[in-house]
Design a protein around this ligand. Sequence first.
Ligand SMILES: Cc1cc2nc3c(=O)[nH]c(=O)nc-3n(C[C@H](O)[C@H](O)[C@H](O)COP(=O)(O)OP(=O)(O)OC[C@H]3O[C@@H](n4cnc5c(N)ncnc54)[C@H](O)[C@@H]3O)c2cc1C
Ligand code: SF4
Length: 371
Amino acid sequence: MRYFIGPYLSVFIAYATDPKTRYHSASGGVATALLRYFLEKKYVDAVVVPRSRFKQGFVYGVRTIVKDPSKLLEFSDSLYAPVYGLPRALTYALSKFKRIAVTALPCHAKAIRKISGSLGRSEDIFILGLYCLYTPSLWASKYALKYFGIHVEEVEFVKFRGYGWPGYTVIKTRKGSMRIPSSRFWGSGFGQYFHGPGCALCIDQTNVSSDISLSDPWTLPHECVKRLGGATLVVVRSRKGLEVIRDAARSGYISAVEIDPVYTIQYTTLLKLSKRVLGRNADTHVLPPSFTTIAHEVAYRLGHLLASREKLWPILKIYHSIASFAYRIASFLDYKLGTTWARVNRYIKLIQRMKLPKEGLFTELRSKQGC
Ligand SMILES: Cc1cc2nc3c(=O)[nH]c(=O)nc-3n(C[C@H](O)[C@H](O)[C@H](O)COP(=O)(O)OP(=O)(O)OC[C@H]3O[C@@H](n4cnc5c(N)ncnc54)[C@H](O)[C@@H]3O)c2cc1C
Ligand code: SF4
């Protein structure tokens, strides 16, 4: 298992016990609930999170220091956009406070470990990691807004996730607000072609440098998660992470049930861990290339070229549908020819079906509501 998700101690399926937090958060509100727990229990003096900004069609985040737990709900979201100002906010927070918590993507977490280590302050930082497939560039939101026929000049605010699970992307304009299912927004080409080559070559989706990594429970039955109003998969990687999860559950901030670690492996985790054909290879790749992974690589390369010129975006829209068709053919070939990719995927899906939790929130829901 460590082969796929790095070092860990335990895995939980959890959610924020406060329904409002769960409703407004990305998946199950665990990050927001833990940040609240940290501040209210004085486990840390401040938390460093990104505040979302919107300017002329571009969405981005700027790191902000928060000390008031009642403000945290304003930050609940998955900010699918570049986030700036981490080194500055981090060094400032470390100079002002004894202990801090930081939300971080895998590459942020690595940088935080390096910075805090060089300052001799590793023990004073709690890293609340998020899984990360890719971070779309500044141009991605402008493309997606145009794709959905929204006039960029009228947009005041974009929130990518929330409003139930898997939730909606909400766009507030001068004329009102619009809700688009988050998966449709991400799947419009926004999440596929706008990230840079660094993200395309990055292999750490599961955030191995964090104390706790959080992800969407895509590998669990979707209907159950929907009826719960959302949930977050939690990979605990450090002793202090385990203490925090246990104490936050005891204190009523979250509800958490331990589950089999196999649920932490997503289809995209395997995609990221496959050996690249067109890019740099690293020893840490665990799967050989397949028709599917090569199709993804080629589609990204060409799509990224089209994404880089605004006047080519109408072609990108058509190209995106052709690429989706190409993935289906590639997957058919993998399964037909029994490649390693197909065998590993089939095996993991089989175990995920077999190891559904025997007790706790899912079993209760399944027996009562038949999800
Ligand atoms: C760019 C990106 C890619 C992701 N890719 C995947 C994936 O492939 N698979 C998967 O299962 N999950 C992925 N996630 C994680 C997932 O979307 C949720 O963030 C996670 O499940 C935690 O949900 P939650 O409801 O507990 O968080 P919430 O309670 O909503 O809190 C999230 C916290 O993280 C902070 N935050 C949001 N975005 C960022 C950011 N970009 N950088 C730093 N801090 C941030 C917020 O300010 C907030 O404090 C991704 C998230 C992001 C931002
Ligand atoms: S894909 Fe990797 S490099 Fe890109 S933002 Fe996510 S963690 Fe960072």
